[in-house]
Design a protein around this ligand. Structure first.
Ligand code: FSX
Ligand code: SF4
Ligand code: F3S
Length: 370
């Protein structure tokens, strides 16, 4: 029997709702009891959300809609009142413009403005116009009247794909064109829906935004680089690298550093919180190097196969156990690696190390095949 009643939730069961909220609360660093508070908050009021889309591919909306069970998208839509979104709403043309006007007027100063996509600023912003208004104008006019702004995806956070060199349109992030407004950046191409959920849940329940780092990103998701918690990390420490794209080493789960993995320089939680609720469904999980999609100056800027500095090489004494014959590491070992890395970073013991190509070749016990 499905436990749907009594519940304030239109589309997911209360049990599923609380389950997702508990997961998100834990991710955001709130106590487990916060899930009940979140459920209570939804009964009282739903924050109005206006979702604007500019220079982007709609991947952020798509990845949100493709989440599995329980359905994160439904939970988010139960938490908020999505009053304007070009991709999902039935209205078009003048009707859509009227919906936007009404949403802003009725919730002036109180709504959340989610922006997906970059904002072109060259040539007076004429490269992106909606209803004859530039994205620049819309950002300042609409987001300027919001209580808080969430820049979802790398495009809205810092320019992302459209800002790749030579950036002909002057594609920029929201924080480049909007001042004096709380802005949460949730970079990633696409952004992880759970990071949006955590942020929205906190705002809907407590009226506050999560703690942010110096780039405006929620600390709960971007405090650690991918390399700290990567399932291939013990192979990095043991010097077992994939040498060519898709080789045997990559299939064996070896580290992808030498084919240009940007995990050591990219803060994100994609190794810990799977996209579309599917473990393994992330670049490194399928044997492709992280190209730093969520990091300004890396994703869409550095060549795919270029290697990056390693900020926190693990001292040999801390290497996690690995079976050299099979190259297999246990999830426990991976977890230990993450904890050890975290402890080192937390204690300030991790040392910056630039591994030159010569050093790496000399130190690493490269084994293309097990
Ligand atoms: Fe696309 Fe979002 Fe990338 Fe950008 O994601 S997945 S191009 S970050 O704005 O739609
Ligand atoms: Fe994982 Fe990349 Fe670090 Fe290797 S370099 S451990 S693949 S994040
Ligand atoms: Fe992006 Fe790298 Fe994660 S490419 S999805 S930040 S593994």
């Amino acid at each position: 029997m499905i436990d749907r009643a009594p519940t304030p939730f239109s589309s997911v069961s209360r049990r599923d709702f609380l389950k997702v909220c508990s997961l998100a609360a834990a991710a955001v660093g709130l106590p487990a009891s916060a899930a009940e508070q979140m459920a209570a908050a939804v009964q009282k009021r739903k924050p109005s959300v206006i979702w604007l889309q500019f220079q982007e591919c709609t991947g952020c909306t798509e990845s949100l809609l493709r989440t599995g069970h329980p359905d994160v998208a439904q939970v988010i839509f139960d938490l908020i009142s999505l009053d304007y979104t070009e991709t999902l709403m039935a209205a078009a043309g003048h009707q859509a413009e009227a919906a936007l006007d009404a949403a802003v007027r009725e919730n002036d100063g109180k709504f959340i403005c989610v922006i997906e996509g970059a904002i072109p600023v060259k040539d007076d912003g004429n490269f992106c116009r909606i209803a004859d208004k530039t994205a620049l104008h819309l950002t300042q006019e609409i987001a300027g009247r919001a209580a808080a702004v969430i820049a979802i995806g790398s495009c809205a956070s810092w320019g992302g794909v459209p800002s790749a060199s030579p950036n002909p349109t002057g594609a920029s992030g929201v924080s480049d064109v909007l001042r004096n407004k709380p802005i949460v950046n949730i970079p990633g191409c696409p952004a992880n829906p759970y990071n949006l959920l955590g942020t929205v849940l906190q705002f809907a329940t407590f009226g506050t935004l999560p703690a942010l780092d110096d780039k405006g990103r929620p600390k709960f998701a971007y405090a650690r680089v991918i390399h700290d918690d990567c399932p291939r990390r013990p192979h990095f420490d043991a010097g077992r690298f994939s040498q060519r794209y898709g080789d045997e080493g990559a299939r064996q789960g070896f580290c992808l550093y030498k084919i240009g993995c940007k995990g050591p320089k990219t803060p994100n939680n994609c190794s810990l919180v799977p996209y579309v609720d599917t473990p393994g469904a992330w670049p490194i999980g399928i044997g492709a190097q992280c190209f730093g999609c969520s990091e300004k100056g890396i994703g869409f800027n550095l060549p795919l196969f270029e290697t990056v500095d390693v900020q926190g090489a693990t001292p040999p004494a801390m290497y996690t156990p690995i079976d050299p014959a099979s190259g297999i590491i246990s999830p426990v070992a991976t977890g230990v690696a993450g904890l050890v890395g975290g402890a080192l970073v937390g204690a300030g013991l991790a040392y910056g190390a630039r591994l030159s190509r010569d050093d790496r070749d000399g130190e690493a016990r490269d084994e293309e095949k097990p």
